[in-house]
Design a protein. Sequence first.
Length: 268
Amino acid sequence: MFSLAIILFMISFAIAADYITPLPYYYQDLSHRLISPVVNLQYILGTDHLGRDIFSRMLYGTRIVIYEIALIFLISISIGIPLGLVSGYIGGTFDYLFSRFIDILLSFPSILLALALVGSLGPGLDNAIIAVAISQIGTLARLARGQTLQAKELTYVEVEKMIGAGHLRIMFLHILPNTLGPLLVQMTYNMADAIISIAGLSFLGLGAQPPTPEWGTMVYEGRLYLLLNPHVSLIPGLGILIVALSLNVLGETLRDCLDPRVRAMLIR
């Protein structure tokens, strides 16, 4: 519940950013550069090397984080889950070739694959999102395939075939809803990994470009001031950590809630 509350607070802050930020995220005041947190009440989280308010940039950066998560989520599930579902249901040569393709895709670490893809597409936030989304497809596709292989042998699928139900109806109206539990858990893990990957690409200069208040970019901009003014990088870094950790804990909780064995133990 605490992790869910953090996610909901993050969404609330993103919606209300225009009303609660004291200054625009791009406003520069060189006379107030590198102010430490809490020293000046006008800048409760301090300022960066250009005198920009870190609190304002963090709030506007929350919008970017939500945009990244939503787009990566939509791209990965709209490609990975249908492909895995069809592959597991059809079987045969298509399933063999698809499985080998997924094996190749998963043989690369996700951040390395995303780095190669964004290097080909060019730097930019949208290209980084596409690259990370593609790197996330493999895990969802493999899980969807495995769940489909198990589900298609169950009695309710055989009954649907006997009464003449079409393949699309069986796959998307019967098998998919009964396999969503593990897929939802994997999605939360993927979203946490995606945040870290996007931040890593931005830190390397391949994601969001300045002055966009993306948290990974903010960490990169503060790297030169770590010894004397660590807050410039530390605060956005903590933001990445907290959101990724919250999504991971949420995924663990979903897994426990959706696992019938755990539910039975809790009831007993």
